[in-house]
Write a new protein. Structure first.
Length: 406
């Protein structure tokens, strides 16, 4: 094996990541998506590519949809097709909003702000209520807004990926049911990591994707609708302003996958199915608890550092934490330096791109991964002269030690 051969590795003066090829399969990704993909899921992805018309794939698609219904907690229908979280948002709007419909768009960051433009493209009338102070939305305040106008729908993100802010969808769902308003929920950064209950919470249509809390590769749009909306789809006698994302056409496919609307991402379906297998093996309550404990450990570490979390208490998501950047901290350099330690975190997003950084903690993140993140962040802050006020690792350990996670 080349005994006596000397390998010279020259540092690239243009980059701090001259050993990136050596570390490429050891990096810990603490981004809000795509997230780490478990080797079991990668193995499922690596099987030979199958046609969407192949009997074996058709059976796999059927069972995957049933598992998705269980994850969304609905007796309605689940949909899976090639796409992203953005497509999920658009599909929700274009299949529910007709010209002239008034839509209450509740905005807690960059991604939920896009509902307005989508409603306009559907020729609806958006009413935007923006809250960018770290608070999400609760039932009582939403009811006050609903009473003031004749809204046909409410559009909201369960977790706003840009700010790490969560809203109380269960309360808002009660309001929607009470006033006969459709509830459209973006669960892109919550499904698979936080509880989502389409039927119990009164959600009309809920959209997500494969690469965040579920922990599969990107490329699949995931949608769930309740039984009442399924009936509306069956009776609908008009076209919607999307051909590919027309759920009435997809309804024929999910009920009988031998029907055709568009080519399915067959290999990704196998990956999503294996991710769902692992989710149910872990158990939903155990999985949600793991995310809750790890999120609190990371938040405890951030508070110990003296940095400020964007989300206010009671509105913190268990999947992503957005951190305010102090003026004396270069967030670009912070991300670059911590990457040299094999840990990747995310830049801010939207209007907070240059004033925050984000830590994603969803999918297959473990307590040991969490400690690696916290220790790397503490070391990086010290190297940059931004010394933490208290020991960040100790703060995270105290949370982890008080839990039953193994």
């Amino acid at each position: 094996m080349g005994a006596g051969r000397r390998i010279n590795i020259k540092k690239n003066s243009q980059s701090n990541h001259w050993w990136s090829e050596l570390l490429s399969e050891k990096i810990l990704f603490f981004t809000p998506g795509p997230t780490y993909v478990h080797p079991r899921i990668l193995r499922a992805l690596s099987r030979p590519v199958e046609p969407h018309s192949y009997r074996g794939f058709i059976e796999k698609y059927k069972v995957t949809l049933q598992k998705l219904k269980a994850l969304f907690k609905t007796e309605g229908e689940a949909f899976l097709f090639a796409g992203s979280g953005t497509l999920a948002q658009e599909v929700m709007i274009l299949n529910t909003i007709k010209p002239g419909d008034r839509v209450l768009c509740l905005v807690s960051g960059f991604f939920s702000s896009r509902f307005k433009d989508m409603v306009l493209r559907a020729k609806g009338v958006p009413k935007v209520v923006e809250r960018l102070d770290g608070r999400g939305f609760m039932g009582k305040e939403v009811e006050k807004l609903v009473k003031r106008d004749n809204f046909k729908a409410i559009a909201i993100a369960h977790v706003e990926t840009s700010t790490g802010v969560a809203s109380y969808i269960d309360e808002i769902g009660e309001v929607a049911l009470k006033h006969g308003v459709k509830l459209l929920v973006d669960a892109v950064a919550s499904l698979g990591a936080m509880d989502v209950r389409v039927d119990k919470w009164g959600i009309t249509i809920c959209g997500s994707c494969s690469q965040k809390g579920i922990g599969a590769p990107p490329g699949c749009t995931l949608i769930a609708v309740n039984k009442q909306f399924v009936e509306e789809l069956e009776k609908r006698d008009h076209d919607v302003p999307t051909f590919y994302g027309d759920l009435k056409m997809w309804l024929n496919v999910v009920r009988d996958p031998e029907n055709y609307h568009s080519t399915q991402p067959t290999s990704l379906v196998y990956a999503v199915d294996e991710a769902l297998n692992m989710i149910f093996e872990e158990g939903l309550e155990n999985r949600f608890k793991r995310h809750e404990v790890i999120a609190e450990a990371i938040r405890a570490a951030i508070r110990a550092s003296g940095l400020r979390i964007f989300a206010k208490k009671g509105f913190e998501a268990n999947t992503v934490t957005t951190v305010h950047k102090p003026d004396n901290l270069d967030s670009v350099k912070l991300r670059s330096e911590i990457e040299c330690l094999g840990v990747v975190i995310a830049r801010g997003s939207g209007p907070f791109r240059y004033t925050t950084f984000r830590i994603g903690h969803m999918g297959w993140i473990t307590p040991s991964d969490t400690l690696a993140l916290v220790s790397s962040l503490q070391l990086t802050l010290r190297r940059m002269g931004c010394n933490p006020k208290r020991d960040m690792v100790k703060a995270a350990l105290e949370v982890l030690a008080s839990s039953t996670l193994r």
